[in-house]
Design a protein around this ligand. Structure first.
Ligand SMILES: NC(=O)c1ccc[n+]([C@@H]2O[C@H](COP(=O)([O-])OP(=O)(O)OC[C@H]3O[C@@H](n4cnc5c(N)ncnc54)[C@H](OP(=O)(O)O)[C@@H]3O)[C@@H](O)[C@H]2O)c1
Length: 295
């Protein structure tokens, strides 16, 4: 059964804007951050009462990992307590609740891609706050979907990081500037339009529970950017391979956190394309956007 009316909080972000496109043709409600600050339960309650959605999707988050280390209370307020309140408000009104989590709930030491039922062990305040958001969601009953993504890249802006990494490095390469990328941190890139379509399919099929939603395969950040440069015709651009340790960043991150999906096959949902195909799709979209902007 297709959900007819969908409310999206965080609709201006990378994933939120892709979701608005994935649900084109349905009734979509996309309040701005100012209209519905997600930490404000009264604002979320009003959204549900006034708009009467079938599904509330939360794409808001405080996901600047290093800032979360310094401001854990702020991370918990949005990533955990607000998620708890929204899940409760949805359960009380029989609205399905969808929220987005992260590979950072894992510690990266397993040595293989993480499946949905592998044990979390976050290393960061960000990962801990997102795991808390998951646990608090689950306590309000079964009508929820938790999507774990990893290294989201898309065509919309990412506000609270202040930049979209792939756009930033492509622009650097086009200007002939050097890019340095970590080569010992491995993840599964998640192209926002692909993730959004899978989320739509999960919602339509009422596949409640926890799902890993990332492009197939995995790579290091260096490999990801090197491949994007090659595919964009920027293979000669200066790109330096560095280690995470060389950044001397005090935040411990999971060094090997690819995500494997084990739930789509039994739900009859198509697996996501490879991360290389996702870069192709991103670059085709970027080319089209630049042509429109230059026209
Ligand atoms: N980015 C990644 O690499 C990554 C990886 C794994 C998982 N995730 C998860 O994926 C989800 C979406 O990430 P994204 O990359 O699409 O984020 P994004 O581009 O930064 O978008 C965040 C959206 O949330 C809104 N927002 C922020 N704080 C809000 C608040 N307090 N109340 C209401 N709206 C608020 C922002 O609006 P304004 O711009 O107006 O503030 C924006 O529309 C998040 O749950 C994130 O934790 C992301």
């Amino acid at each position: 059964m297709s959900a007819a009316r969908i409310a999206i909080v965080g609709a201006s972000g990378q994933l939120g804007s892709a979701l608005s496109e994935a649900f084109a043709g349905r009734e979509i409600v996309t309040p701005t951050h100012a209209e519905v600050p997600f930490e404000d339960p009264a604002a979320v309650g009003r959204l549900l009462e006034l708009q009467r959605p079938d599904v509330l999707i939360n794409c808001s988050a405080f996901h600047h990992v290093d800032t979360c280390e310094r401001e854990p209370a702020r991370a918990f307020a949005l990533n955990a307590l607000a998620v708890d309140a929204a899940a409760a408000a949805c359960a009380a009104r029989e609205v399905a609740f969808v929220t987005v989590s992260t590979d950072f709930v894992f510690d990266g030491t397993l040595g293989r891609a993480y499946r949905e039922d592998d044990a979390p062990n976050p290393l960061t305040a960000y990962g801990t706050s997102k795991l808390a958001g998951e646990l608090l969601t689950r306590r309000h009953g079964p009508r929820h979907i938790i999507v774990r993504a990893s290294g989201v890249f898309g065509t919309g802006g990412t506000s609270n990081k202040g930049y979209t990494l792939i756009e930033k490095v492509l622009a650097q390469a086009e200007r002939g500037e050097r890019t340095r990328m970590v080569d010992d941190m491995v993840f599964s890139p998640s192209y926002a339009p692909h993730v959004a379509r899978a989320m739509r399919d999960l919602i339509d099929a009422e596949q409640f529970g926890t799902h890993h939603v990332a492009n197939a395969g995995c790579c290091s950040w260096y490999e990801f950017v090197a491949t994007a440069f090659e595919k964009a015709g920027l293979g000669g651009a200066p790109l330096e391979r560095i280690s995470y340790a060389s950044l001397q960043n005090p935040t411990r991150r999971p060094m090997y956190s690819p995500l494997e999906n084990t739930t789509f096959a039994r739900a009859g949902i198509a697996p996501l394309p490879s991360w290389q195909a996702a870069i192709d799709a991103f670059l085709a979209n970027r080319k089209a956007r630049m042509a429109v902007a230059g026209a």
